[in-house]
Design a binder for this molecule. Sequence first.
Ligand code: SF4
Length: 340
Amino acid sequence: MKKIGITTTVPIEILLAAGYQPVDLNNVFITDPSPERLINIAERAGFPLNCCSWIKGIYGVCMDYGIDTILCVTTGDCSNTIMLMEVLKLKGLRVIPFAYPDQPDIQRMQYALETLAETLGTTLEDANRVRDELKSSRHLALKLDRLTWGQGLVSSWENHLWLVSTSDFNQDYHKYYHQLQKLLAECHQRQSYPTDWLRLAYIGVPSVYGQDLYRYLESNRARVVFNEIQRQFAMPKPGKSLAEQYSNYTYPYSIYQRLKDITTELERRQVDGVIHYVQAFCHRGIGDIIFRDGLKLPILTLEGNDDFFLTTHIKTRIEAFLDMVERSRQNLKYSQQAVV
Ligand code: SF4
């Protein structure tokens, strides 16, 4: 299958139906042995220092991995992608724009999907057949999520990794399914995480720290039981049609859609504290104001740029935050006992 780069989660059912293999350029960037090298490619081409690392990384991947067809999301993801798209055109790549409707609306989504299918030379009927094929993999990813927060059998990092990978199913959804099935069988043989560990939520775009962040949290007896956007990639509310599925997907729309989903999950998963990750130079960082206003739990905002590991300064901030969350959990316990 011919590879098509994607700049974020898109209706991959249509791409697969059209005979393309979607490749999430973000995942290629962050798993490259040297992501700094990919950023350097972009900076040497003229991308400014104060441009988000993910955008530069995506550009570096396009140049270095020889992916010549890219589906760029122009509404519902990132304003920087619009200019990235223009630069990719300048470099001779085939660029296909895709715009999510500016609000979740099934009819408008249906139109956007039909337009994309027509551009790629396929139909929504074929895409729906692919949707059915992907169901079992999406179902397993969400099962892994339940085993994380419900039974404590899956690590914070595993939860992130398998959910974030549903954007392109690691470029092979059959293989993804079999590997995840094997992992879930292993998880059932494990001992659960201790119940007295702190329960955290991670909200915001995936971080540049990769497993370093999740492992560090666990080394401090704190687990991430909710990876917000990563879970959305797995399409937790598939609805009755592709148009419904991508209208229920919260990431492209108003931050208030996300807030509603986050609030429900924080309660359901009994979360003690929230880590909000923001990427340097990203417009989404401003949303921190809304999360701090709307969420009633302690929040740590972490900003990452192009350090792909946790610095001592960040580790100290995390430790101080975890101490504070632990204290507020204890205070809550005592006040509940007092009421009883
Ligand atoms: S982190 Fe923000 S600026 Fe960077 S690609 Fe994502 S949405 Fe765009």
